[in-house]
Design a protein around this ligand. Sequence first.
Ligand SMILES: Cc1cc2nc3c(=O)[nH]c(=O)nc-3n(C[C@H](O)[C@H](O)[C@H](O)COP(=O)(O)OP(=O)(O)OC[C@H]3O[C@@H](n4cnc5c(N)ncnc54)[C@H](O)[C@@H]3O)c2cc1C
Length: 486
Amino acid sequence: MSAKPTPHVAVVGAGVAGLVTALRLVGGGVRVTLLESSPRVGGKLRVSEIAGLPVDEGAEAILARRPEAVELVRELGRGDDLVHPGTTSASILSHGALRPLPAGQVMGVPSDLRALAASQVLSPAGLARVPLDLVLPETPRGDDVSVADFIGARMGREVVDRLVEPLLGGVYAGRADRLSFESTLPAVAAAARGHRSLINAVRGVRAKAPADPGPVFATLPDGLGSLPPNIADAVTEAGGEVRVNATVRELRRTPDGWRLTVGSARDPEALDVDAVVVACPAPPAARLLAEEVPAAARELERIETASMALITLAYPASAFRRTPPGSGYLVPSVEDRQVKAVTFSSVKWPHLRDRDPGLVVARASIGRVGEEHTLQRSDEELKAAAMTELSVTCGVAELPVDARVTRWGGALPQYDVGHADRIARVRAAVAAQPGLAVAGAAYDGVGIPAVIANARSAAGRILEYLESRGETKNDGEAREAEGARP
Ligand SMILES: Cc1cc2nc3c(=O)[nH]c(=O)nc-3n(C[C@H](O)[C@H](O)[C@H](O)COP(=O)(O)OP(=O)(O)OC[C@H]3O[C@@H](n4cnc5c(N)ncnc54)[C@H](O)[C@@H]3O)c2cc1C
């Protein structure tokens, strides 16, 4: 009797989601082809040198308090390389001055009224409004509500504008009026179901945190952008194929599985597989699913994205007349400044400072949802905006020794009110299609650990499906089959 051929799975998109999906699938004994449209793997993880230092152009930190990302780094044999921030003390630019982020907050939602007062982030009237939360009747919220509506009703609009929106802005570059309370602040939203007061709910969240939780963030000394090639190598070493410059343009069902159309319109290639994981951002995922899963495509099309630019500047340390205040600062949109956040990379990450103590590297970000025109401004204009910001806050009067502009178009999916229900509808439509799964930042969280978890479960669903068709081998058989290949 001839053995069944090893099942073949295509993964579309080689960001963290696609890479992790592919790694899990090759580990499960299937043949994998990972297809990436750009010339490089990694998606939003990318590193390049500025003034001789490796500084990330996109994501720079992994949350170390969730296990997934740190475990992945260890799995890839780089656990000993992990480094942590030298400081996480951040500020908020509020009422024209930098103020410390108040102790006791969770994603900007305060719980320590004394620390909030001491920070001077809020005006006296804004501060006086906050404790009303302790006496106000319950705020009805149905299945979901916007961050601004719920937190504004409990604590007043200033908390939304000057604390919560800037902090959420670091993750979504979004507007609190539209972002979902349930999906963007899940821990606080869950706790708030058990407390009438939001202050007490946040206190409850903080009380549950472990006493010595260790560092919050981690990165790699040569940049987080050095991780994707490691994952791609692990996929290849396990027998998978990683193809770059391979855009998937169409996805159609076949009697036995799926046919992908890959490459240019002039020279298309058909790739027939048993199963497929669509691990690209919502807009291209919607296009790929439009023919075969229109219900999922319609929902994905409605997920808005925010575009942003990151301007990285390297200065001689002597250029700073005022010491960079901690790891960086956030600028609320009500302050009406061009820059929405600044990270002092060489203060935050001691490994960068140690490599060149004479330099200060700062990363300024510009652009919130609905401000796509930001990306159309010239590099010179964007650099000038970042330089002006640093001259105002840190007294920097010199020109940088090196500067870099990175544009991220449509980079951050917006988890608007109703996001969880939308994703449930996408999942239901996708699950009805045999051998199809979706993964990526559009679904269950944009942070890298959440994307890893989501990718692993997408791969798990495909392995279960193949197993139900009697097509996967157990690990031992899979390795034998790999060894038996010519
Ligand atoms: C500037 C910035 C900073 C961030 N900082 C952090 C941070 O510090 N920490 C953190 O945890 N998270 C951070 N994030 C979020 C996090 O980086 C992302 O949510 C995550 O990396 C997304 O991974 P992904 O695989 O879902 O998508 P992506 O990284 O977008 O990867 C998708 C890939 O699919 C490819 N693709 C698209 N269409 C096709 C097609 N038709 N065919 C083939 N390939 C296709 C794309 O080229 C891309 O490579 C940041 C995001 C940005 C934009």
